[in-house]
Design a protein around this ligand. Structure first.
Ligand SMILES: [Zn+2]
Length: 98
């Protein structure tokens, strides 16, 4: 599960293409060094996400769709991050999500 930083005033530019980035992430093609990636490159590099990466956003916390939330909850449980899972589940019942 990725951590998210909200409300950044200025997004750093993607290290690969120069567009506004969405992620502070390890970059596979750079031999494991870190850098900024835009959404399209991040998603191409990590189709299943990357638990080390930090999400940038200039917005308030986005509303998750139920399927996204369910996927994130399962990922959090899989990663053993039960605090995050509880945060995602909120007042709901875990069995509604897994
Ligand atoms: Zn890019």
């Amino acid at each position: 599960m990725s951590k998210t930083i909200y409300n950044m005033k200025h997004l750093p530019n993607c290290d690969l293409c120069g567009n506004p980035s969405g992620w502070d992430s390890p970059i596979k093609i750079a031999g494991g060094s870190w850098g900024y990636l835009c959404d399209s490159e991040f998603n191409a590099m990590y189709p299943n996400g990357n638990s080390l990466a930090t999400r940038f956003s200039t917005d308030e916390e986005p509303e998750l769709s139920d399927s996204d939330r369910s996927a994130q909850i399962r990922e959090a449980i899989f990663d053993g991050d039960l605090d995050l899972a509880e945060e995602l589940i909120g007042d709901g019942d875990i069995f509604e999500w897994i």
